[in-house]
Design a protein around this ligand. Structure first.
Ligand SMILES: Cc1cc2nc3c(=O)[nH]c(=O)nc-3n(C[C@H](O)[C@H](O)[C@H](O)COP(=O)(O)O)c2cc1C
Length: 358
């Protein structure tokens, strides 16, 4: 739109128009921050806020509804299994814990077994191991505990012995055993990475993308929910098309031959206090993803995703996203062209990004 107006309007008129637009935004902000009534008014008249909240409420309802209908809700199971596993690592180990949610968790686990959504059974193995360890290491006369234990034992009979035997012993024993060399190479990779916007036409090997995804999956997430996925277009025409949708790629989107779009699932939560978790969890996985690509000789540039309803709709259609999925950002991936320039992008000093209290 902006580009079309720029094309047909004399330059001085175009600049006046831009100034007028910026003035309106400024005065709107001034008004909205002047008192609570205007703040509220600005909120309810904003399409962006409205759509974000609508997306949140619909997704939260989906989450709650799946629990009421006793459908398999992997986010719920993953969170609760994680809570139990965390409980098993506490010192001293309490003989009685998780009573508030153990029965609900085993019931959800039972429907999960019936749904068989897990592709290779590894998630099931994890849940079995944790629940097994829980009932082995705890005791209680609470009726919820007793009922949960009975149900767990009966569900275990339904699961084939192969999966039961594969279940590892959990929780794990941890040791930080990073060597000096490993520390140095980590810093070297981190220091060497730059945002690259000029790529060779070469095809990206699937194995390298998979390795990077494996690294992304190692990132922590709140209650281990992992509410995100990467949609990767490793085809130049489609990649450039997707890259062109973001405003931050003007002048270089044609170079993008491969792009990863990070999308997050709003239906992983139902508590409004956790509405930011999709952004926090998903973006935590970005650096391991990018650094893994760097170590494999590839370069990247993160591309911003602004909350513009029409663009969200376009992207949703092009990538066939589900109703509850939000675009978080995208990442251009490729082999850097030889002798390209990159911005220096001065970093703040460490004392500017931290305050250490001793
Ligand atoms: C969330 C995020 C969004 C970004 N969006 C864009 C973008 O839309 N276009 C672009 O050219 N660079 C984008 N960048 C790259 C930044 O400009 C770059 O990371 C920053 O200047 C530091 O430079 P470096 O990555 O080379 O160290 C983005 C980076 C981040 C983390």
């Amino acid at each position: 739109m902006k580009q079309t107006i720029k094309k047909y309007l004399p330059n001085n008129l175009f600049l006046k128009l831009i100034k007028f637009r910026d003035d309106i935004s400024y005065y709107k902000l001034l008004l909205a921050s002047s008192n609570k009534v205007f703040t509220y008014f600005s909120l309810i008249t904003s399409k962006e806020y409205f759509l974000e909240h609508q997306g949140f409420t619909k997704s939260a309802l989906k989450y709650e509804r799946s629990l009421r209908k006793k459908e398999s809700n992997t986010y719920f199971i993953r969170r609760n299994i994680h809570r139990i596993e965390k409980g098993l690592t506490m010192r001293p180990l309490r003989k009685e814990f998780a009573l508030r949610f153990i029965l609900q968790t085993v019931k959800a686990f039972s429907s999960y077994v019936d749904y068989k959504k897990d592709t290779d059974g590894s998630e099931l193995c994890w849940a079995i191991s944790v629940l097994h360890s829980y009932f082995l290491n705890t005791e209680s006369d609470d009726h919820r505990y007793k009922e949960a234990e009975l149900l767990f034992n009966s569900v275990k009979q339904k699961i084939n012995s192969e999966i039961n035997n594969k279940a590892p012993e959990l929780p794990l024993t941890y040791k930080n055993n990073i060597t000096e060399d490993e520390k140095n190479s980590f810093f070297k990779v981190l220091n060497n990475r730059k945002s690259v916007r000029w790529f060779k036409k070469s095809q990206i090997e699937l194995a390298k993308l998979n390795k990077a995804l494996e690294c992304a999956s190692l990132a922590p997430s709140s209650c281990n929910r992992q509410p995100y996925r990467y949609v990767i277009l490793n085809e130049p025409r489609q990649a450039a098309r997707i890259a062109s949708i973001s405003a931050g790629t003007v002048g270089w989107f044609e170079n993008v031959n491969c792009i990863a779009v990070l999308v997050a699932d709003q239906s992983a939560f139902s508590n409004i206090a956790n509405r930011h978790s999709i952004y926090v969890d998903s973006t935590l996985s970005v650096m391991p993803f990018i650094l893994s690509l760097e170590t494999q000789g590839l370069s990247t540039c993160i591309i911003n995703w602004a909350d513009i309803p029409q663009k969200e709709k376009n992207m949703g259609e092009l990538l066939h996203l589900k109703e509850n999925e939000r675009v978080i950002l995208s990442i251009a991936i490729g082999y850097a062209e030889d002798n390209i320039l990159v911005p220096f992008s001065k970093r703040k000093y460490t004392n500017e990004i931290a305050e250490i209290v001793e």
